[in-house]
Design a protein around this ligand. Sequence first.
Ligand SMILES: CC(C)(COP(=O)(O)OP(=O)(O)OC[C@H]1O[C@@H](n2cnc3c(N)ncnc32)[C@H](O)[C@@H]1OP(=O)(O)O)[C@@H](O)C(=O)NCCC(=O)NCCS
Length: 342
Amino acid sequence: MSERGAAGPGPAAIQVSRIMRPDDANVAGNVHGGTILKMIEEAGAIISTRHCNSQAGEPCVAALARVERTDFLSPVCIGEVANVSAEITYTSRHSVEVQVNVMSENILTGAKKVTNKATLWYVPLSLKNVNKVLEVPPIQYARKEQEDEGKKRYEEQKLDRLETKQRNGDVIFPVINPEPHTVSYSQSSLIHLVGPSDCTLLGFVHGGVTMKLMDEVAGIVAARHCKTNIVTASVDAINFHEKIKKGSVITISGRMTFTSNKSMEIEVFVDADPFVDEPRERYRAVSAFFTYVSLSKEGKPLPVPQLLTETEDEKRRFEEGKGRYLQTKAKRQAQMQQAAQQ
Ligand SMILES: CC(C)(COP(=O)(O)OP(=O)(O)OC[C@H]1O[C@@H](n2cnc3c(N)ncnc32)[C@H](O)[C@@H]1OP(=O)(O)O)[C@@H](O)C(=O)NCCC(=O)NCCS
C-alpha cells in the first residue's frame, strides 16, 4: 500500500494486468484511450464494491459517479502489459474516492512507463433497490493529513459538480456535403444496444463501457478531421448523473469544438432510449470533452488542420474550448514549474 492511501483495516490496493492485443489499438498500434479508461474503471469498481460490502448490511454495487480530468502521459502499444493499480484514498458518507495508476510494461525488456493517473468516485447502490444509496464504511488513514487532503478533494469536486452545466438541449444533426475541416464534416455518431455484458449486477451500464464508446466516437471525429494517426491526450472531468438500463439503445455523438496548433477538442454526448419496461423518453445520460493529438510515425505531435467554424454556436463553442485549453495549459505549466523547483 502506498503512503497516500488508507491504512489499518481498510481495503488492500489491487492490481489488474492485461497484455494489450491488436483489437485494443488503432492501426498504428497505439492502444485506444478508451481501452485504458475501461480497465481503470474495472479496477475502481472492484475495489470500491469490495470495500462497500466489507461490513454486514445490505449488499450493494458501487456505481461510477465521477471521473476527474485524466491525462494520457504516454502511448501504450500492442504487446505491452498495462498494469492498473487501484486504492481507496478517501471515503465520504456515501462516496468512495479511488486513485488509479496505470503503468505500461515491456515484458521483454522490463522497461516501465507511467501512462495515466486517474481519480474516480463511486457511490454504493443497494442490490435490492437500485435507487437507494447506502452508507460507505469509513477507511482509516495512516496520517491525519491524508484525511484532510481527501476531504479537500471531496469538497472541490462537489463544488465543481454544482458549477458544471450539462448540455442537455444540444443535438447533432447530419449535414449534406459538408466542407472539409468544418464541424459538420467530422461529426460522428455510434448507436449501441446495451446488452448484459455491458452491465453491472444491477443491470445498468458500467461507466467504463460508456467511456470506451465515448472515446471511440471522439477518435472517429479526430481521425476524420485530420486523417492521420490520432491518440487520446486527455479527458475532462465526467459526471455520471444518470444510469443506463440493460436493453436501452444509446446514441453516442461527437463533434469537434476547438483546435489549437497541435490538439483537437471533441465534445461527446450519450443519449439513452430505454425501450424495455420503461415508459421514459430519450434522455442525456452523460457528456464530456476529449482532447486528441495527431502523432507522426516517430510519435511526435503534428500540427492539425484548423477547425472552420460556420455558425454562431460553433464560434461560441470554439471560444469556450479555447478558454478550457488555455486554462489547462496554464495549470500544466504551473505544475511543471513546481516540480522543477522541488
Ligand atoms: C451516483 C448517483 C447514484 C447519485 O445519486 P444522487 O441522487 O445524486 O444521490 P445523492 O445526492 O444522495 O448523493 C449520494 C452520494 O453520491 C455522491 N455523488 C453524487 N453524484 C456524484 C458525482 N457526480 N460525483 C461524485 N460523487 C457524487 C454525493 O456526494 C453523495 O455522497 P455524500 O453524501 O457522502 O456527499 C446517481 O447520480 C446515479 O445513479 N448515477 C449514475 C451511476 C451509473 O450508472 N454510472 C455508470 C454510468 S454509464
